[in-house]
Design a protein around this ligand. Structure first.
Ligand code: PRP
Length: 183
């Protein structure tokens, strides 16, 4: 689905599919140079990171393995405390491995900050983060994110994996959802 297919639902196209792909190619080049031959385990955080993972991984001209985690917060009150529940754990033992967490967006930063601590406690050799989007104005905790695609305003964004009520994940672009859709 392209933004033009749902133009009534969006107030602005923030990033086109082409801009996203160019950025992921650029980040892939950086990652290959930084890891310099060390094999990486890419860990995607379901569900939002599916598109980023699929496209970013295919830009890499080197071997990687891929794994997935699904996490969710316990509820509104605990979300602010950053407590998350593992709904699907890794299949891989990451002890001694170089892990690159792949995320669609860093909003408050709470999910990633919890994941970083959790992965470090499993004895990974290194843990870094790649996020396509980051909202600096929404961040509640500092997260050390080595690879960031785009810093964006604190708007309700959808597309390229990001949903509203499970819709819009299949939008190829990233767009700002029109307020009338959710209010
Ligand atoms: C989104 C996103 C990140 C998290 C970021 O996932 O994919 O994992 O929120 O938010 P935070 O920085 O405030 O912790 P969400 O919980 O919406 O699940 P989804 O990926 O399945 O849509």
């Amino acid at each position: 689905m392209r933004a033009a297919d749902i133009s009534d639902d969006i107030s602005e196209v923030l990033l086109t599919e082409e801009q996203i792909h160019d950025k992921l190619a650029e980040l892939a080049t950086q990652v290959v140079a930084d890891y310099d031959g060390r094999e990486v385990v890419l860990v995607g955080v379901l569900k939002g990171a599916v598109m980023v993972m699929a496209d970013f991984a295919r830009h890499l001209p080197v071997h990687v393995s891929m794994d997935w985690m699904a996490v969710s917060s316990y509820g509104a009150s605990t979300r602010s405390s950053g407590v998350v529940q593992i709904r699907k754990d890794l299949d891989t033992d990451i002890t001694g491995k170089h892990v690159l967490i792949v995320e669609d967006i860093i909003d408050s930063g709470l999910t990633l900050s919890w994941l970083l601590e959790n992965f470090a406690s499993r004895g990974a050799a290194s843990v870094e983060v790649l996020a396509l989007l980051r909202k600096p104005d929404a961040m509640k905790v500092e997260v050390d994110c080595r690879y960031v695609g785009f810093d964006i305003p604190n708007d309700f964004v959808i597309g390229y994996g990001l949903d509203y009520a499970e819709r819009y994940r299949n939008l190829r672009d990233v767009a700002v959802l029109a307020p009338h859709v959710y209010s």
